[in-house]
Design a binder for this molecule. Sequence first.
Ligand code: CP
Ligand code: NVA
Length: 305
Amino acid sequence: MKKGLLKLLDLSKEDILAILNKADQLKYEQKHGIQQEYLKGKTLAMIFEKNSTRTRVSFETGMYQLGGHALFLSGKESQIGRGEPVADTARVLSRYCDGIMIRTFAQSEVEELAKYADIPVINGLTDFCHPCQVLADLLTVREHKAVLEGLKLCYIGDGNNMANSLIVGGLKVGMEVSVACPEGYDPAPRVLEFAKGDPAHKFTLFRTPEEAAVGADVIVTDVWASMGQEGEKAERERAFAGYQVNGELMALTNPGCMVQHCLPAHRGEEITAEVFEAHAEEIFDEAENRLHAQKAVMYLLMKEA
Ligand code: CP
Ligand code: NVA
């Protein structure tokens, strides 16, 4: 965790649990009005090359609550959008700021940024992964279920950034992970490779949502077309028909099964309005926990020892 949070593959189980424990503490402090200016005078640069509501607001608010400042750099309006090399942006921001959060397309851009930056880099979503979101998901599941180890996490839908991070994060903390996605939309090969090497053999990839959902304690889904895939919408609607979290699917899960969705959600596509509303408390707890999980990440990366 020294250089940043680029992907969950880089973290140990202990790193993940340390983030969740710190998040619990910071959440408690905030709810009880306890002063938490641990990053007083520090600045986080936030680079966005894709849209965002939760990531932007939770990082900016979180930094403010920790006594620091966050600044928004849009890919379009900064020189990044005009082709300034990432290596130069990294070295410039390192002279002004104390941390960088980046949301972009290629994972290699985040890795390149971290390679040249002298300050911690945090991945706020790439096409490959969404580590901050999955830390918030794990935090939410642990709050609701008290444990993570031994629970069955089931992901239905596209083998995208969310699927990749859920597989890695879930297996690392000792969960059983099942995924259902149509052929041609599998999780990333390096993630499947990691899952195959899981010593506990707790990962299974299915082609039908029903097989994956049996006995689940948490069902997670995400949009059929992610940011940058808008042009594939019609083709994806055909490919993912049936990959929906609905009442029939929930009937196959364990009693008290939770539902998580990183949002934004498309009702009638990956999830029905009924299931969404029945689990809205858990889903909005998940959204709130972005704030607490990311404050923990920033605390652990940016606070001087
Ligand atoms: N879940 C998530 O990352 O939301 P935003 O795209 O709104 O940041
Ligand atoms: N898979 C989605 C997640 C959005 C938070 C996307 O990349 O658009």
